[in-house]
Each structure stands twice: as C-alpha cells, then as structure tokens.
Design a protein around this ligand. Structure first.
Ligand SMILES: *Cc1c(COP(=O)(O)O)cnc(C)c1O
Length: 830
C-alpha cells in the first residue's frame, strides 16, 4: 500500500483536487479534447472519423472522468471503513451507457454542442453503442437499476457479475417466427470496461476430497486433484446522477491457466492443450437465455460456481488488505444473492472460511448467515433451481459435502422445534431425496439472515405457500422489499419532454426523490397542464411512429390508442389472452364495419427462450394475426398489430414513453412484481392489469379509478384450481371466445394450416389451461371495452394519466435501495 506521506500520494492528492471534467468545461475546450482523443486514443484522422469512432472518442474521454472519480470514491470508502454491500447477480441488463453517463455528469449540452460545431450529431453517435444485454429480463434490469441507485445515493455498494462474450441473443422474425442469432457485443471493444489482468483467481472443479489429521489431531478435509480455470476481472465504472460518487461493477471472464496448458505442451499434445484452453474459456462465453426455467446443464453449474468463487475470493482479498483477519467480515460486509443463481456462495464461503482460513464449522456458519441475504424472484415451481446430486458430486464434491453438513445441522434444529414431525423435515430438506437433487432455494434461505420477496403480494404468497414451512421455522426471516425502477433512465433519459415539464413546475428534486412528484397532483385538474401532457404524449408517439417507419417500414396512426405488451414471452404473462381480445375486436369490426370502434395499435415485443416451443408459437401467432388484420380492408383503419423484433432496454426507452395502455395481464399469483408496469405508469400510460405483483401496489397508489383491473384475484385462482377449473365451460358458453379459438385452430390465420396452432389450442382446452386464460377472457374483454369508452374523453384520460405519473413516487429504485440498506444490509450512505 502507498502510505499517505509518499511522493506518489502527494502527487495523486494534488491531481484528485481537480475533477478531470473541469479541464474541458466549455464547448471550445470540449471540442479540442474530443479531437485530441480521436487523434491520440482512437488513432483516427478526425476528418475520416465515423459516428462509431466519435462514440469511442467520447466514451474514452468520459471514462477518464469516471475512473478518477471511482478512485476517489474508493479512497473515501476505505478511509471511512464503513460496512459495504456486494450485490451478486448472474445478470445485468444495462443497456447503453453513453447517454446515461452524459446525464449523470451533466455534460450532455457540452458534448452535443462541441459535436455540432464539428458537424456531428450526438443522437446518431449514441445509436452506435451496443446494448450491454447481460441479462434476460426483469431480474437483470433490476440489478442495473440498483447499481444506479446505489451510486446516486452514495452507498458503498459494488456489483459482481459475469462478462459474457455473448449476452442475450438477437431476435429476428422470419416468416412470422422467432430466429435467434448470437450477438458479439464486444466486437468493436467495450470502451467502458477496464481490464485487470492482475486481478486473477483460480477456480477449481472436479477432483476429490482428501481428509487427514492435522497437527492438533483434528480432522481436516481438502479438495484435491482438481481442474483449474482462471477468473480475470473487468471493471465497469457506475456513475451516479449528479454526484461525484462512482461505483463499480466487476465482471469475471474465464481464462485457461498457463500451468495447465504447459503440462499438455510438455507432453507434446498440442491439440489437447488447445481443447482444454477452449473449454476453460467457454465458461463465461454465453448467457443462458432462459427466463424463469432451469435447464440443469453442467456448463451452467460451472458458470454459477465460477462466478461466486471468483467474487468471494476477491471480497476476502479486499477485506484482508485493510483488516487483520476475517473475524469482522460479517460486520463490515453484506452480500445480496439476486435469486438462487449465486446460492453456491453459501457453501463456497463455508469452504473458504473452514478449509483456507481455519475457522470451525460453527464459526463459519455464524459468519455466513450474518453476511448473506437472498431475494426470491418467482412463484413458478418450474423456475426453482435444483441440481442433480450426481452432477454436484462430480463438479463440486467439497461443496456437496458442506451442503450435507449444513443440512444435518439445519434438520437437527428443525427436528428439535417440531418433534415427531418427519413430514416437515422432508419438505424443508436441502436435498430432495426422491429426485436426488439439491434445492438451491432452501440452501439460500437457510444460509441467509433475511429473505425478501419483491412485492407485497409476492412476499405474502412466499410466506403462505411456497416457503410456508420456512416461515414457521424462521418467523422473522421473510420481509418484503417492493421493486423499483430508476427515474433517471426511465423518465429523465427516456422521456426528456415530460421530465422538463415536471421540472418546470416543481424543480428537479424529483430526480433524487421521486415522491416529490406528488406535489403535481393538483395539476391533474388544470386544463392547460393537461394540454401540455397530451402534446408530450403525442410527440412521443410521433417519435415512435417515425422510428417504426424508418427501421421496420411499418406505418402506424398516431391518433390511435397505443396498446403495448412488451416483456419476455411466457405463458404466465398471457400474451395469448391479449391476442384473443384482438381477434374478438377483429370479428366485431368485420361484422359491423361502420360501428364506433376506437382505433387501436397493438404493439408487442419480447423474446422467447429458444427451447420454449409454446412461447415461440405465441410469437408466431401474433405475427400471423398481424398479417391478417393489417391487410383486411374492413379492419386496417381501426386495428393494427405490430410485433417489434429484438426487444431490449434501448427499445423500451423509445416504446414506453409512447404508450397509452400498458398490458400487465399475468394470471393472479404468478408475476412476482413486474417492473415494466412501473416504467409505463411513470411515463403516463394507464394500466390494464390483474391483481398481481406490484400492480396491486400501483392500484393503491394511483387509486382504483385510475387503473383498469380485471379478472380473478389470487384467492379466486387458487379456489378454482382446488375445485376443478374447467376451460370447456367457457369455450362452450362464450360464443365469441369459441369463435376466436376455432379460427386459430382451423387455420384462419395460417392459410388453412390446421396443425400450426394445435399445440396452443390443446394447451388451453385439453391441457387444462393452467394460466386460466379462458376463465379471465370475458372480464378482460369487458374491461377493454371500458378502456375504449374512457379513451373517448381525451381530457379525462389525460387527468388519469397525470395522476398515474404523480403517484409513482413509491416505485423509485431509490426507495427500494434505501429499504435494503436499512432493513437488510445495515449500510449507510456516505
Ligand atoms: C423492464 C424490462 C423488463 C421487465 O419487464 P416486465 O414487464 O416487468 O416483465 C424486461 N426487459 C426489459 C428490456 C426491460 O427494460
């Protein structure tokens, strides 16, 4: 370590006194700095430079600002010695960074001014950046929002993740069907990351356990004869809004060990050496594209272990650089498990404490449970991770052994609390004896001091159903922390016009404290304000219409109601229910073309997991229905269906501000929280939704009159399931529903091909309609009629949308992070 009196440190302190950004604080000096960066760092003649070259020049310059501030932040944290939180997540759905960084630094006008003097357009430069799409959907986007809130509110928080070479696949639509392509987002290099070739840890797999008596005569067990892979760190600085704090996201990339290659080389087997290198480097190659399902693939287990082992070794090394021992680790460190994907951190920390640092099992266990907390993200049983015992025995034998020891101890205590109750022991065991698998959620619960759900209903259901036994065993462990979204990206950045209108009336304090929006509530009754609101929505719809025209050659009517369902495609999210309503409207218009039909544009976007056939078939159906309704002269003026390919964060930023009606229509009791619902309401869309996830809390905030709620609630869904839900009752009794299903089944949308959509019809009529689309159909269609009626009163619609916006304060990720900080992590803002 550099001592504070050293010459280097004096120079550094001097340097840190001036923020790097101050060196080019006017348009003239920024212009000079950008041209110089183009010459020196990008190495391109500015006259020849493309928009992409300018992107790299700007990013390079700003990275300098972020790096310096990050070092300053780190010095600050360590000088303070405060408790820190490490957020462990296999996914981060970051999107683009350039505009975010410009907004955070307050440098957007400066850079856009400098560029325009050079004849370059900032918006075009921004478009050159690839989305960092290291996640599937909501869970990964939540992690990205949290990093923003942690930095903005000056918390000592750090993210850990994997530097996938290939993030989520890009989606093409060919003949109406989803086609996946890998996307090498690092092709031109990632200007935001800093490679740390010296931050390198060995990760072990396979091998066996060797036990022996140590000098003190007690038994010690070690993991030996393993294969080794290296984890190399890449750091991505995370700016906060309007603060000098810069946080960090450390992403691990797998590398072959030099030793391993050498061994083969020495034995003269070059091909084996190369194969070994490739297989080691495959670990961080690609994100698994499954949202809420589990594949049980060996490479995925290796990825999970690779990630937690590298992160824990790093956290421990950092701790020991500033502290004598690990004794105070739990007092100074909190670790959050984002779902069970990093749950192997529990046995890995046990292994490091026991096998490497000499703690007893009991001491290590105390330390673990004090350190970890776990966020559950789903109520779908098929999404709960389990790993075959045999696979774990093969790849992680020492961890399996530790899991058995943890389980023995846990079951011993539980037996004590529930004498004679052997059923509960079977239910809560970390090992599923029938399926011979390890239950990762049980491991995460037992290894954590707090477990949280992500919306009030979700937490309540976790406690009453899925983890009922655990709630009895640990009465204080389960807590709710309702999700949130960052208002910087999802309002300030995505909807600058609305952001400006808000700031004009209440100042810009809302960017840090979204609850201040409520000051605008009286404006809902102000006709002039409503007019401004309507004009902004229209401008955003026009922006989207232009974008659809330019990129997809699709024309939409900006005067129609923009009705959007954009999210991963999954049966429980019920895109198919939306389609049933569209077909119902289509039939109605065909029957009575002169009727008073509210023109609507239905916009869908979302990816399906590549192996999820039913979800892919739903995408196919949406596109086939679009083909039919968009080309029928009777309906084309009233109905338009658009499927926007390759949904992403950047697409969400242009779609959401243009939305009138947000579809949040999952079967009650299936969507843990949803965060898309929050983004839409914050941007002045009304929600049509079920009493599911955070929709319930949105309803509480905006008022029942300002949201369209339909369908069964969770209790009704549960009692229908108990009493034998029968989809045929609805098919036989609701004529327009029967017509829709028969049209799909008889090939109306597939050129007479009756087989194409058979699996969809079968899943509804013969497969039991698990998500109860037919049960909610009538209520949904009626509710959509109410929407259409409400829409005719433009001013009253505007009033309701304003009330949605102003009552979104609760759903800021800042509020969420403050709750985690106080109730779970015990950390304080600096
Ligand atoms: C917010 C977001 C999600 C989550 O949407 P839900 O409607 O909550 O499922 C998924 N993908 C992207 C790109 C997002 O921005």
């Amino acid at each position: 370590m550099v001592t504070s009196e050293s010459a280097i440190n004096k120079e550094t302190e001097l340097c840190l006194q001036t923020d790097f950004l101050d060196n080019f604080h006017n348009v003239e000096s920024m212009k000079v700095a950008l041209v110089r960066t183009m010459l020196h760092s990008v190495g391109k003649d500015p006259e020849e430079a493309t928009n992409r070259d300018w992107f790299y020049a700007i990013a390079h310059l700003l990275r300098g600002v972020l790096n310096q501030r990050h070092i300053q932040t780190t010095r600050h944290h360590y000088r303070n010695g405060n408790k820190k939180v490490y957020y462990l997540s296999m996914e981060y759905l970051m999107g683009r960074s350039l505009e975010k960084v410009l907004l955070d630094l307050g440098a957007e006008d400066l850079v856009s001014g400098a560029l325009s003097e050079l004849g370059i357009s900032l918006p075009e430069v921004i478009e050159c950046e690839f989305d960092a799409a290291l996640g599937n959907g909501g869970l990964g986007r939540l992690a990205a929002c949290f990093l923003d809130s942690l930095a903005t509110h000056n918390y000592p928080g750090f993210g850990y993740g994997i530097r996938y070479e290939y993030g989520i696949f890009t989606q093409d639509i060919k003949d109406g069907r989803q086609v996946e392509h890998p996307e090498n987002w690092l092709r031109y290099g990632n200007p935001w990351e800093v490679k740390r070739p010296n931050v390198l840890y060995p990760i072990h797999f396979g091998g066996r356990i060797a036990c022996f008596k140590n000098a003190q005569g007690s038994e010690e067990c070690h993991w030996v004869d393993t294969q080794e892979v290296m984890a190399m760190a890449f750091d991505v600085p995370i700016s906060g809004f309007d603060t000098n704090t810069v946080g960090n996201l450390r992403l691990w990339s797998s590398r072959a060990t030099r030793d391993f290659n050498l061994r083969f080389f020495n034995e003269g087997d070059y091909e084996d050496a190369v194969r070994e290198k490739t297989s080691s480097e495959n670990i961080s190659k690609v994100l698994y594209p499954n949202d809420k399902t589990q594949l049980g693939k060996e490479l995925r287990l290796k990825q999970e272990y690779f990630f937690v082992s590298a992160s824990l070794q790093d956290i421990i090394a950092r701790h020991l650089r500033y502290h004598k021992s690990l004794d105070d680790l739990p007092d100074l460190t909190a670790m959050q498990l984002n779902d069970t994907h990093p749950a192997l951190a529990v046995p890995e920390l046990m292994r490091l404490l026991i096998d490497v640092h000499g703690y007893s099992f009991e001491e290590a266990w105390q330390m673990c449970t004090k350190t970890f907390s776990y966020t559950n993200h789903t109520l779908l049983a098929e999404a709960l991770e389990t790993w075959p015992v045999s696979m774990m025995a093969e790849i992680l034998p020492r961890h399996l052994e530790l899991i058995y020891l943890i389980n023995d101890e846990f079951l011993r205590i539980t037996r004590h609390s529930f004498p004679g109750n052997t059923a509960i022991l079977h239910r809560v065991s970390l090992i599923d004896d029938e399926r011979h698998s390890v239950r990762m959620a049980h491991l995460a619960i037992v290894g954590s001091h707090k477990v949280n759900g992500v919306a009030a209903l979700h937490t309540q259901l976790l406690r009453s159903t899925m983890f009922f036994d655990f709630d009895r065993i640990y009465p204080d462990k389960f807590v709710n922390v309702t999700n949130g979204i960052t208002p910087r990206r999802w309002l300030l950045q995505a909807n600058p016009k609305l952001a400006a209108l808000i700031t004009e009336h209440i100042g810009d304090g809302w960017t840090h404290d979204l609850s201040l929006l409520s000051q605008l509530a009286p404006k809902a009754d102000d006709p002039a304000f409503r007019e401004q609101f309507i004009a902004i929505k229209r401008a955003n719809k026009q922006r989207l219409a232009d974008w659809l025209q330019k990129n997809f050659n699709v024309t939409v009517n900006v005067d129609s109601l923009f009705d959007m369902q954009i999210k991963r495609v999954h049966e429980y999210k019920r895109q198919l229910l939306n389609v049933l309503n569209i077909i119902t409207l289509y039939n109605r218009i065909c029957k009575n073309p002169g009727g008073n039909h509210t023109p609507r544009t239905f916009i869908f976007a979302g990816k399906a997991a590549p192996g999820y056939d039913i979800a892919k078939l739903i995408i196919n159906l949406i596109n086939d229905v679009a083909e039919t309704v968009n080309n029928n002269p009777l309906t084309m003026d009233k109905l338009k269906v658009v499927f926007v390919p390759n949904y992403s964060v950047s697409q969400a930023e242009i779609l959401i501000p243009a939305c009138d009606l947000s579809e949040q229509i999952s079967t009650a009791g299936t969507e843990a929280s949803g965060t898309g619902n929050m983004k839409f309401a914050l941007n002045g869309a009304l929600t049509i939704g079920t009493l599911d996830g955070a929709n319930i809390e949105i309803k509480e905030e905006v008022g029942a009159d300002n949201i369209f709620i339909f369908g069964m609630n969770t209790e009704e869904v549960q009692s229908q399931r108990m009493s034998g839900y029968n989809p045929w009752t609805y098919y036989d009794n609701i004529e327009c529903l029967k017509l829709c299903l028969d049209m799909i089944g008889n090939g109306y949308f597939s050129n007479g091909d009756k087989s194409r959509y058979r699996p969809l019809i079968d899943s509804l009529l013969h497969g039991g309609d698990h998500y109860m689309l037919l049960g909610d159909y009538e209520s949904y269609v009626t509710c959509q009629e109410n929407v259409a009626r409400a829409r005719r009163d433009t001013h009253d619609w505007a009033r309701r949308t304003i009330l949605n916006v102003v009552h979104m304060g609760k759903f800021s990720a800042d509020r969420t992070i403050h709750e985690y900080a106080k109730e779970i992590w015990g950390i304080r803002s600096l």
